[in-house]
Design a protein around this ligand. Structure first.
Ligand code: UT7
Length: 311
């Protein structure tokens, strides 16, 4: 049995915070942020919108897009490091709101690689034949754990949600191969030990450039494919320079890499499903295309998947 993506959805809060807005509150500049990160603006959820609200909106869209009803969902996996509260999980909160009364529900904590961990976990349940429909959401309200006075981190992050409905797909379609990994020894470089995120940007940058390129090539090899077979790359939207390095490792032209970082900043586990949803909506990903999803994050964690698009 093959497991793949049946439908996509996303939610971005309305409030836009530009680099120029940040110039007024921290010692930074639009020029520095744009050239060092590729970010021009980000969306920030106001106080009344919590993580589960964004997850719910993206999930509703994914269900509709997949033509799957809430009662048909067997499992809900929500990748997030910014849940509404420690428990119950965001997955349980949206299970109730969706009316997914036949679904099990849990959150996954793998930071920015969380969505990839989620779809790979889902695919195992589907391949085994135990579950038919699994909702996977990547969602973050990073604004609530960002120190808005710390220019090292305040300029990078944004809020949002992306979701996919997963299920059985036809022969040669769906997730062809994957790689998941972790290296807890690097955990100190990116953490939330107190109220806010702290980061050693340079260390994370070096790790990301190496790991994103390597994981992309590894999943191709595992699927028995080569760089020439790739139609579209959806990298974690952390920094345009990291994304460009991955694109170059795959020798892809610029138009074959998804780029939404300029609009949304780094939305952690939501960044890959938001980018995927935008490309699907724009008609850039077609039936039969080979797409590579690749991400990295706090942990340190990483994950990649090669997916043949279509049902
Ligand atoms: O999802 C995973 C999350 N984390 C990441 O993806 C982070 C990965 N790392 C990065 O994206 C980059 O390392 C950053 C964008 C965070 C920083 O870029 P960089 O090119 O590595 O800059 P740097 O940290 O080496 O700093 C260069 C200079 C420093 O000044 P000095 O020491 O050269 O005088 C910084 O103090 O830029 C300064 N700087 C800033 N200047 C203006 C750092 N942040 C800012 C800022 N505005 N916001």
């Amino acid at each position: 049995m093959n497991a793949g993506i049946l439908g996509v959805g996303k939610y971005l809060p309305e409030k836009v915070v530009t680099n120029f807005d940040l110039e007024k509150t921290v010692d930074t500049s639009d020029e520095w942020i744009r050239t060092r990160t590729g970010i021009e603006e980000r969306r920030i959820a106001d106080g009344s919108i919590d993580t589960s609200d964004m997850a719910y909106e993206a999930a509703v869209q994914a269900l509709k897009d997949a033509s799957v009803t809430a009662e048909e969902i067997d499992l809900i996996l929500v990748a997030t490091v910014t849940p509404d509260k420690a428990f119950p999980s965001v997955a349980c909160i949206i299970q109730d709101r969706l009316g997914a009364r036949n679904a099990a529900a849990m959150d996954i904590s793998a930071a920015c690689a969380g969505f990839t961990y989620g779809i790979v976990t889902a695919s195992q349940f589907i391949k085994s034949g135990d579950y038919r429909h699994i909702l996977v959401v990547g969602v973050e309200k990073l604004s609530k754990i960002t120190d808005w006075n710390d220019r090292n981190t305040a300029v990078l992050f944004g809020d949002g949600a992306g979701a996919v409905m997963m299920g059985e797909v036809g022969e040669d379609k769906g997730i062809l191969s994957f790689e998941l990994g972790s290296d807890g020894s690097g955990g100190k470089h990116l953490e939330k030990a107190t109220e806010f995120i702290t980061m050693n940007g340079r260390e994370v940058f070096k790790f990301a450039v190496r790991q994103m390129g390597e994981s992309s090539l590894n999943v191709l090899k595992k699927a028995g494919l080569t760089k020439e077979d790739v139609n579209f790359l959806i990298p974690h939207q952390a920094n345009i320079r990291i994304m460009e390095a991955s694109r170059q490792r795959l020798e892809l032209p610029v138009e074959k890499m998804s780029k939404v970082i300029h609009k949304y900043g780094n939305t952690s586990s939501a960044s890959i499903p938001i980018a995927l949803c935008e490309e699907v909506e724009a008609g850039k990903i077609k039936d039969g295309d080979l797409i590579i999803l690749v991400g990295f994050g706090a942990g340190l964690t990483w994950g990649a998947a090669a997916i043949r698009w279509g049902k």
